[in-house]
Design a protein around this ligand. Structure first.
Ligand code: CA
Length: 429
């Protein structure tokens, strides 16, 4: 009975914990829901417990069968003992020595049979004890796992995400107000109706980067629609371990609020662990009425090359012109604002400042290991990875990316050498 109770309580726990798993399955985006909450652990142990369930149940059934068998055997033996006792009494009463001898030999046979049955029972009892102890051990393990699982699930599933108390119009203002820790902060850009959560990357010198996009491990699907890209999706985490798109509307509010222009920094890590970056001066995301158009004044520098300016892939002389991104409107699978007769965003399964289509594509499909082929790219077969063509080929997808912004006057403080080149982008200075 104890075992049964343990089993029942375990199963109850399993069904409870499996309901706490985190998912990114929502098709539609509700602005106020999901974003900024933090519950990163998928409690896979619950699945493990569920898998164990049929094995334990089978063992228990077998245990009950054997117990029943033994009960029957014991009953039979008891009947035999009664029979033997009766025969002995009867023999004593008998006057005939022949009958007595015959009865005695019968009794002897009975005793032998009885002994054999006892030996058989003993071996069955031994087997049963082994099974019982194995089951108890397994139950104990399951119980311990359940306790661990419970503790693990309680921790992140409670809303215990640490949000830093300082606020500002962007992460640099937050750093200026004394913040020296990277983490989650509320910002309220000048034209924002309400504050919203961002991840601020703040270093010891007091530079505060506002992080706009993060790819890390492919855990978030970037194939989303216009509304989702507008509002943002994915997960913000205080330790910067999760993937997300902050949202076009927020990027617009952040990048257009200040008289001091912003630098957009794109940071990438490839599958050999090499880290490179590209900086763009006077980065701006336009309003929704202008389809969140991307503009910058010039390539400010970096060792990853200027893929936003397009890339000559060698297919056509116009490659570079038609794969540049400065001045492009944002496109999603359900809103085609690109310069291509088809729909780049639909073909590549992501939202981006598509031209015809891209040389830089940080919202692309996540490919483990980096290298992929036309075959891997699915029904359309176009290069749809996380691409930065001036560093790696378009058939190589980056391992990690970050898009973040900082006021340009902080760049001298961060020690970055400006490798200023004026390309023919919009708003040349
Ligand atoms: Ca088009």
């Amino acid at each position: 009975m104890v075992i049964l109770q343990v089993a029942i309580s375990l199963f109850a726990l399993c069904s409870l914990t499996s309901a706490q798993t985190r998912g990114d399955y929502s098709e539609t985006c509700v602005p106020s829901d999901g974003f900024g909450k933090y519950c990163p652990t998928t409690c896979g142990v619950a699945d493990y417990l569920q898998r164990y369930r049929p094995v334990v149940e089978t063992d228990l059934d077998r245990l009950y069968d054997i117990l029943e068998e033994i009960t029957n055997l014991t009953k039979g033996t008891e009947e035999k003992v009664v029979y033997m006792r009766d025969s002995a009494t009867h023999a004593k009463k008998s006057v005939s020595p022949d009958i007595y001898i015959k009865k005695s030999s019968n009794m002897l046979e009975d005793i032998l049979r009885f002994e054999r049955s006892i030996i058989e029972q003993e071996s069955q009892i031994y087997e049963l004890e082994q099974l019982l102890s194995a089951n108890e051990k397994r139950m104990l393990q399951l119980k311990q796992m359940a306790i661990q699982l419970e503790q693990k699930c309680q921790q992140p599933c409670e809303d215990t995400v640490k949000i830093q108390p300082i606020t500002g119009k962007d992460c640099q203002e937050i750093a200026n107000r004394g913040a020296r820790t990277s983490g989650l902060y509320f910002v309220k850009p000048a034209a924002a109706k309400e504050q919203f959560l961002v991840y601020c990357e703040i270093d010891s010198t007091g530079s505060g980067w506002t992080v706009l996009q993060r790819r890390r491990d492919g855990s978030v699907d970037f194939n989303k629609n216009w509304i989702q890209f507008k509002e943002g999706f994915g997960y913000l985490s205080p330790d910067d371990t999760t993937e997300y798109w902050l949202g076009n509307e927020k990027m617009h509010l952040l990048s257009t609020q200040s008289s001091i222009p912003y630098i957009l920094r794109i940071e990438m890590v490839d599958w050999d662990g090499v880290r490179k970056h590209a900086d763009y001066a006077m980065f701006k995301v336009g309003p929704e009425a202008d389809m969140y158009r991307l503009t910058y004044a010039y390539y400010y520098g970096g060792d990853a090359g200027d893929a936003f300016d397009g890339f000559d892939f060698g297919d056509d002389p116009s490659d570079k012109f038609y794969t540049s991104h400065n001045g492009m409107q944002f496109s999603t699978s359900d809103k085609d604002n690109d310069k291509y007769q088809g729909n780049c965003a639909k073909q590549d399964g992501s939202g981006w400042w598509m031209n015809r289509c891209h040389a830089a594509h940080l919202n692309g499909k996540y490919y483990q290991g980096g290298r992929y082929t036309e075959k891997d790219a699915g029904q359309y077969g176009y290069d749809n990875g996380i691409i930065w063509a001036t560093w790696h080929s378009r058939w190589y997808s980056m391992k990690e990316t970050t898009m973040k912004m900082i006021p340009i006057n902080r760049m001298s403080v961060t020690g970055q050498q400006a490798n200023v080149k004026n390309f023919g982008g919009l708003g040349d200075i």
